[in-house]
Structure formats: C-alpha cells, structure tokens
Design a protein around this ligand. Sequence first.
Ligand code: CP
Ligand code: NVA
Length: 307
Amino acid sequence: MKGKNLLSIQDLSAKEIEQVLNLADALKRDQKAGKGREILHGKTLAMIFAKPSTRTRVSFETGMTQLGGHALYLGTDDLQLGRGETIADTARTLSRYVDVIMARLFKHQDAVEFAKHSSVPVINGLTDLHHPCQTLGDLETIREHLGKLKGIKVSWVGDGNNVCNSLMLGCSLVGANFSIACPAGFEPPAEVISQAKKNATKSGSKIEVQPDPVKAVADADVIYTDVWVSMGQEGETKKRVEVLKKYQLNADLVKKAKSRVIVMHCLPAKRGFEITDEVIDGSHSVVWDQAENRMHAQKAILVSVLT
Ligand code: CP
Ligand code: NVA
C-alpha cells in the first residue's frame, strides 16, 4: 500500500483491509504493553480540517506522536485556501513539505481533486460521501468483539450517510452482510449501493436496503446508527428530525436483534435523537472501543502508506 491514497474504503482490496486490521491489532497490543514503535520517526502528517472534529483530529495527532512522527493541524481558515488559493495549489505546496496528508473536506470531489495534485498519499478524514478511516476502526472493533467479519449481519438504522456508505462498502468487501433501514429519500447514493452489490458477488455478502428498522435488525450481530443531521446539513434539521424519528435506536429495537448484539455509533451522538441514553450507555454498546480503535487503525494506515 506504500504511496497509496485512501479516499474511499473501495481503494483497498479485501486483502489490504485484512492487512491493515492485523497491523492495527499488533500496534494496539504494543501500545498497551508500553512498547514504543517509532516507525515514522522524522515523518510529518498535515491534517486539514474544513469541519470540526474531536476523534479524527486527536486520534491522528496522538497516533503520529506514538509512531515517532509529527502532526500539523491546519484549519482551512488558517490556510490561504480560506482566502481562495486553489485546492490544487495547496496540494502541490503542502506535498513539497510533508510526507502524508489527511483532509476533512465538505465535498468528496474536493478530496479527489486534492489527491490528484498531491505527490504524497492523501487520506480522507471524512467528506460528504465517505469516511474510510471510521470504517477501518469499526471493522477492527467488530472483529475484536465478534471474532470474525465474514457471514455476520451488520444493520444500519437511520440516515444513509457518509459513514453508512463506507461501512456498507467495507462490509461488502470483507464478506459481512449489510442491512440498511432508512426512509425513502435517505438511502445511500445508487452508485454506492451498486458498487457494494458488485463487491458482494465476489465476497458472498448480502446487501439489503429497505425502510423497516425491525426487519433490518432481525438476527443482527451489530446495529449501527449515526446522527440524522450531518455536518453541512444544519439547514435541513427540522425536516430530517421529523422524517427520521421513527428510526431511533432505542431499547425496544435492540431487543429485536440477537441477544448478544453489539451497538455501534461513530460519534458524536445526538443523545435522545438517533440513539437513547439507555442504549448508548447500556451493556450492548461498544462506542468507546470504537473511538479508541480509530487511533490504532489510523496508525496502521499511516504505516502502510508510508513504509
Ligand atoms: N467519528 C468521527 O469522525 O468523529 P469526529 O468528528 O469527532 O472526528
Ligand atoms: N455523518 C456525520 C459523521 C461525523 C463523524 C457527519 O458527517 O457529520
């Protein structure tokens, strides 16, 4: 994977995903054992943020420190990008200084444009369409809790958003079944669904998109949800809350899944909306493991694209 961009989880093969997860587990074990692995000594990561972040920012920055490298936080308003310098010129310039770039931008096409003009690997830290780093941390978490990915059933309840797109593609690559319940008009883009179905013919997973949450969670090993209003959609809040309120992940819905189902959320959560306090703080929830695993998975991505 040396020199590769990670703009979508689809940029990786099933084998590469497995390699990243194995490396993430090994780096996690070493970190827990207090064994430093300064594999990226002298390397610099530039992190560009056009939107706020808690997990992505802190996990990338801390991960880079643990690997012996350095991370730079660059808010878009602090860069000349905020005054109109083009994405292409910013990419050309930054890649003369740093070894790898992580970017959280609004439009996915802007991340594609950035990568086109960068001479160093570009990692997508979330766009309106994809969140591949989240998916790698999530697959690591699922494997840690359930022992496998192939053949399990992952259910998504709520908005078919960026996190859903990446998770669906990731599951379809590794052979996990993916069942989405979302209201009409809130489904993932048709091209993402058809790519997932294409992946599924190879991996053997089943992909289902329909409107009934109870049907989606039946026999589920994992139930996943995310906010109803993603960053950049604040103007649609009233309409989204109205349409999506039937999709709340609450204790009644959890009871319809397997008794040992795990509950996931990429965070930040809007408690009382897409998920209740009882569920996010309850015994099925693995959300803090998920947040932690972002760091281990991203350390593995950094090592994989740089060495
Ligand atoms: N899940 C996630 O990407 O969180 P942040 O927005 O806090 O980075
Ligand atoms: N779907 C959310 C994820 C945040 C990590 C958003 O894009 O705002």
